[in-house]
Design a binder for this molecule. Structure first.
Ligand code: ATP
Ligand code: MG
Length: 234
């Protein structure tokens, strides 16, 4: 399944408080787009809108060229939108194997799911019987990604994958994310600190207080601009 993701003029609010003020974003199939920005900018909200978990108050959500504004999150998930939330989408009290087994609701067999998971992340095979919550943070993120891959995502939404992880671990995770994109998946990656994801991103956008303040290549100019953009937000 391949699809692009587009947000057009998206506004979103919590109760009466507006947090997104007209966000435009496009992630093509096979692309990695980094969505950066300081605390409270609205990055997580943007991902929640893209997954249909948060309704828009204005604007449009377009998936594979089809307007899906207002669609139920379950329908978007069925269409291939996969959100891996902040703080690891794994069940900490279950083993690695059982975490993967739960994904058989997708219609895939346990064997198929394990084959994809273990070929991409061989360490998970070694840890199959380990309780997920006792694994390292990086291993838990690998498991979260493996669970996401079991849904055959067309659009993968990743929130702060790097949180609390060592730079080398983050680099390895993002290499895998890059590989996933190369198979045709549209990947939108949210990070507060940019370094690791910019190496694999095709484009970047910087969100400050609910507005996109920069959109363009993930190159040196952005790296230089980033401090100003973040500082300008205070
Ligand atoms: N459930 C909620 N109820 C009320 N306000 C919320 C809720 N979730 C987020 N907000 C507010 O919306 C704004 C944007 O939050 P969001 O979580 O999208 O930011 P973020 O860019 O992901 O920040 P961070 O880098 O800290 O994760 C913040 O001001 C936040 O306090
Ligand atoms: Mg967030």
């Amino acid at each position: 399944m391949t699809s692009s993701l587009e947000l057009h003029g998206v506004r979103a609010a919590y109760d009466a408080i507006a947090v997104l003020h007209g966000v435009d974003l496009r992630v093509g199939a096979g692309e990695v787009v980094a969505l950066l920005g300081p605390n409270g900018a609205g990055k997580t909200t943007t991902l929640r809108v893209a997954a249909g978990v948060r309704a828009v108050t204005a604007g449009r959500l377009v998936l594979g060229g089809r307007d899906v504004t207002g669609a139920d999150p379950r329908d978007l998930a069925a269409a291939g939108v996969c959100l891996i939330p902040e703080g690891r989408g794994v069940f900490p009290n279950l083993s690695v194997r059982d975490n993967l087994l739960m994904m058989t609701f997708t219609g895939k067999t346990h064997a198929e799911i394990e084959e994809v998971a273990f070929s991409r992340f061989p360490i998970l095979a070694q840890r199959a019987d380990q309780i997920a919550g006792t694994m390292s943070g990086g291993e838990q993120q690998m498991l979260a990604l493996a669970r996401g891959l079991a849904t055959d995502p067309a659009v993968l939404l990743l929130d702060e994958l790097s949180m609390g992880l060592a730079p080398l671990v983050v680099e390895r995770l993002y290499e895998q994310v890059g590989e996933i994109a190369r198979q045709g998946v549209a990947v939108l990656v949210v990070e507060q600190f940019a370094a690791a994801v910019l190496d694999i991103a095709d484009h970047a956008a910087v969100l400050v207080r609910g507005r996109i303040e920069y959109q363009g290549p993930a190159d040196g100019e952005l790296r230089r601009e980033l401090a100003n953009l973040y500082l300008g937000s205070h």
